[in-house]
Design a protein around this ligand. Sequence first.
Ligand SMILES: C[S@@+](CC[C@H](N)C(=O)[O-])C[C@H]1O[C@@H](n2cnc3c(N)ncnc32)[C@H](O)[C@@H]1O
Length: 284
Amino acid sequence: METGKHSYMAEASAYLRAVHMSLDGQPKILDDPLAATLLGPGLDKKIDDDGERLASAPLVKARSLIVMRSRFAEEELAAAIERGVTQYVVLGAGLDTSPYRSNHPARQVQTFEVDHPDTQRWKLERLEAAGVRLRDNLHHVPVDFETDSLAEQLAASGFDHNAPAFFSWLGVSYYLNRDSVLDVFKFVAGLPAPSQIVFDFVMGDAELNDTERKAMKTITEFVERYGEPWLCRFGPTELQQMLLDVGFSKTFYFSHALATQRYFDGREDGLHLDFTTQMMSAIV
Ligand SMILES: C[S@@+](CC[C@H](N)C(=O)[O-])C[C@H]1O[C@@H](n2cnc3c(N)ncnc32)[C@H](O)[C@@H]1O
């Protein structure tokens, strides 16, 4: 990310969630009316102007991934709260609206939105401009995962290290160095059971066929051009072993086959997943 500027990819992700609400069929995979509210005026015209691009295969697949990852994480959060988790941490929150939606389970628990200071400042401005009220049990925690201590910054904001927490970490792990990713795993694994993390990761080249490797090259060049290169990629088996090694007791690889069966089969709007990012969950 360019110093002093918010993440372009955070804005692009929110845009695709708003596009999903506007262009895709029912039922919505992610019902996120606040995405448009945060993006502000001029959105309808932008979506109209972008019509052809938004119907192209890469953007249909990109928004399928983006709405699926949030839907899956939010379902896992609801289940975690049922199991007794009392804290929700959104790591690299971008314009994620889950803490602000009126019917969202996050409202019941202490919620911590963690993000790079430059992106968080921009989000707070967007929330204010949109007139979104901040509830008392919501805390904004500025953290650079590459240089700051997540544990210390969370503690300074009232996070209780003796209570179980649910972490969603969407669209972030691959922008970090491997050691920073490992630090986050270790931190969550050190919290009380049944703490949980749900995150997406980018598949390593070894997992891909020739066609996928070529497509991956195009995508990685695209994100690099926007100054937000993908720094680490994994295979699911390697990742599951890493999670068990740092102390999680259970992992769940929510493969594209499972995600397709759960959310996409039978849809008539053409939404579908590709191989690029995949979902993982780990429980302490
Ligand atoms: C692609 S966006 C995803 C945002 C949001 N989770 C979503 O699903 O829309 C990537 C997010 O990671 C954050 N990020 C990237 N590098 C970071 C770092 N070193 N420390 C903290 N946050 C970082 C960005 O600020 C941005 O909010």
